[in-house]
Design a protein. Structure first.
Length: 225
């Protein structure tokens, strides 16, 4: 006979430890520039994000896998590209010139605007202090004017198979659209965060022979944010 007296309640054990495509609220843990190997002198801007705390029953990844005493992340974590495509100097088919550094600066200004006063003051103080874009982003990561500030995000993803053969996602932020942004705060009413849509924000895996992509190919043992 089926007993209904001692049913075990569900716990947080089934919650993914990695951020998945969708709408989330998260804080930035760090930022890095990752060279894109297929285009010389190009970069991907990678955000390390952690979602809001998921409760006492959730156990995330170790904060430092070499020092378990530091404990575990209290939210989902993930590395998210600031754009689906790398930043690079280029010329469009229509003859318009695109400058890598200018586009990266636009992203930095946009994220600082959403982060608010502290980040905008930081950006203002960096005027004419850096000879290279690398130096500016390095300082952003060192000073962390984003620390413990949560924003709303729309997370898109490119599907791939991870090392264990399961579907996973190379995460990125979608483009700005009319009336919507890939990240926002609650006070930015004119530019609310984009509502996630699987049809618009998932790039399905096309080539069955490709097993992994660079940024988010991680297992429980090799996450390092």
């Amino acid at each position: 006979m089926i007993s209904t007296k001692n049913i075990q309640e569900s716990t947080g054990g089934g919650i993914q430890k990695l951020i998945q495509p969708g709408n989330i609220k998260a804080k930035i843990l760090g930022v890095e520039l990752e060279p894109y190997k297929f285009i010389p002198d190009s970069y991907q801007v990678i955000l390390s994000l952690e979602t809001e705390e998921l409760g006492d029953e959730f156990e995330g990844f170790l904060i430092n896998k070499d020092d378990p005493s530091m404990g575990y992340h209290k939210g989902q974590i993930g590395k998210v590209k600031s754009s689906e495509y790398a930043y690079a100097d280029a010329t469009t088919k229509g003859g318009n010139e695109i400058k890598r550094d200018a586009e990266m600066l636009k992203f930095l200004k946009n994220i600082c605007t959403s982060l608010g006063g502290k980040a905008l003051k930081w950006l203002d103080k960096q005027d004419s202090k850096h000879a290279t874009i690398e130096s500016l982003f390095e300082q952003f990561n060192i000073d962390q004017p984003f620390e413990n500030i949560y924003l709303d995000y729309c997370i898109a993803g490119k599907e791939y198979l991870n090392k264990k053969g399961y579907p996973a996602y190379d995460l990125f932020l979608p483009k700005f659209v009319k009336g919507g942004a890939p990240f926002s705060n609650e006070e930015q009413k004119p530019f609310p965060v984009i509502t996630y849509s699987e049809a618009n924000h998932i790039r399905r895996k096309k080539n069955p022979t490709v097993s992994s992509f660079a940024s988010s190919n991680a297992s429980d043992n090799d996450i390092d944010l």
